[in-house]
Design a protein around this ligand. Structure first.
Ligand code: ATP
Length: 376
């Protein structure tokens, strides 16, 4: 048992696996969430996020592995005995009950005494801005208000762990952004351990302390948003995170070092990087009047404060995106030169895995060198 004053809500998964008949939904999932942290399960549709969340909740039994809450093995415990609250994408509100009844439903079921129920209700309703709406039915509420009711229901349970499955996906973009901030603030204020499922990388990056990126039922990368952004472990992680995501360029041997396919005379990485994939973040690419990688604009997308330039490199085999400040109305076919950052991200094209970083000196030297290629 944890000490009475110990912070509650530590989650640990050890080699969790799950199969549905012939379908393997999860394999070898090991991860840990610290008490009071916001962990996001991120990944494309079908990668196993919801199944993993249901395993943590106890709604689905794992086929392999063990699950610990505050150091206690809860793998075999039913959902109600785990001390976990859950908010679903659908909110799962009872349409025939009013807001108040919906919020305290779980407390009633657990026979929490009436005065305590009233006190917890008042506090949760105040916190979520629902005090004026307690007599309304869910059908008389906006999507955002329904979402708040679902959250209030989780808050009154006073469970140290809260699980959420795409809770904002039914909301419009503006409300979603507001709710993200509210949710994060609420989670921090209450010191909840949150496990939050989304396929939206921007949501994950803006809310999480820890992102667990999933693919085909396994963990592709587990780290802080900053770590995953700065050092993606695989090409999948590189191209899932970031808007637009990292460009991946094939490197070939050139006279001055490894060069992007289609622009052999412009070394961008040390010779030993030939054959690898070079990852470049769009915001690190700078159009230049000086020496740089020859490219042609294929389209320009104006986003307000910045423009995304989609470019073909050299003779056109490889595609690179640049995110540049301001408005750049460039016609398709416009030639330009691009200054790239030092070759910081190299990947094995066969496995998709990150390669050891190039030696710092070697990476920096040739990056903007113009070894005499044709100027566009
Ligand atoms: P989405 O974002 O689309 O909800 P997800 O990442 O949450 O996807 P899961 O719903 O966990 O993915 O599904 C993972 C895999 O397990 C999928 O191949 C899915 O078809 C399968 N699966 C999930 N639940 C069941 C079930 N009850 N029976 C059979 N297969 C299932």
């Amino acid at each position: 048992m944890p000490a009475p004053d110990a912070k509650r809500g530590a989650i640990r998964l050890d080699q969790i696996g799950k199969t549905f008949g012939e379908t393997r939904a999860l394999s070898g999932i090991s991860l840990a969430a610290a008490p009071g942290s916001f962990l996001v399960l991120l990944g494309p549709s079908g990668c196993g996020k919801s199944t993993l969340l249901r395993v943590i909740a106890g709604l689905e039994a794992p086929t392999e592995g063990r699950l610990f809450l505050d150091g206690r093995d809860v793998t075999a415990l039913p959902p109600a005995a785990r001390g976990i609250a859950m908010v679903f994408q659908s909110y799962a509100l009872f349409p025939h009950l009013n807001v108040e009844e919906n919020i305290v439903f779980g407390l009633k079921a657990r026979h929490v005494p009436r005065p305590e129920r009233a006190e917890r209700l008042a506090r949760a309703a105040e916190m979520m801005g629902l005090t004026q709406l307690l007599r309304r039915r869910p059908g008389q509420l906006s999507g955002g208000q329904q979402q708040r009711v679902a959250l209030a229901r989780a808050v009154v349970s006073q469970a140290p762990v809260c699980l959420m499955d795409e809770p904002l996906s039914n909301l419009d973009a503006k409300l979603r952004a507001e709710m993200r901030r509210e949710l994060r603030a609420l989670q921090q204020r209450l010191g909840l351990t949150m496990v939050y499922v989304t396929h939206d990388q921007a949501e994950a990056m803006s809310m999480a302390d820890q992102v667990v990126l999933m693919r085909d039922g396994h963990v592709e990368q587990d780290g802080t948003p900053a770590e995953i952004y700065a050092r993606p472990a695989t090409t999948f992680a590189a191209s899932f995170i970031g808007t637009p995501p990292m460009s991946l360029l094939r490197l070939t041997a050139g006279p001055g070092g490894a060069a992007v396919l289609g622009a052999p005379d412009h070394a961008v990485a040390p010779p030993e990087a030939a054959g690898a994939l070079l990852g470049i973040r769009p915001e690190e690419v700078v159009p230049t009047d000086g020496p740089g990688l020859p490219a042609r604009v294929t389209s320009a997308e104006f986003l307000g404060g910045e423009t995304i330039l989609n470019c073909h490199i050299g003779s056109g085999e490889e595609v690179l995106q640049a995110r540049v400040p301001g408005h750049h109305a460039m016609a398709a076919g416009t030639p330009l030169r691009l200054r790239l950052p030092p070759a910081a991200h190299l990947f094995d094209p066969a496995t998709g895995r990150r390669l050891p970083d190039p030696a710092p000196g070697a990476a920096r030297a040739p990056i903007t060198a113009d070894t005499g290629g044709e100027h566009p």
